[in-house]
Design a protein around this ligand. Structure first.
Ligand SMILES: [Zn+2]
Length: 69
């Protein structure tokens, strides 16, 4: 391994590049009206293992990587 993105001193992942081919769009119509506000949001996988939402520019939002076991 050893290819995990770095983290900031306060624990946030510094990577903003999603893993190619792992983006998905939330289909809230299938999830029900409760999730309608999330409809059309794009999510992507970070190399650190966290799945997070994307900005309009296609970058990963600030997130914390999952804890190592
Ligand atoms: Zn990450």
């Amino acid at each position: 391994m050893g290819d995990k993105p770095a983290v900031t001193p306060d624990g946030y992942c510094t990577n903003t590049e999603p893993v190619p081919g792992n983006t998905r769009t939330v289909n809230a119509h299938a999830a029900g009206p409760k999730f309608f506000r999330m409809h059309g949001r794009r999510y992507a996988q970070c190399p650190c293992g966290r799945e997070t939402s994307l900005t309009e520019r296609g970058n990963l939002r600030r997130h914390k990587p999952p804890k190592e076991a």
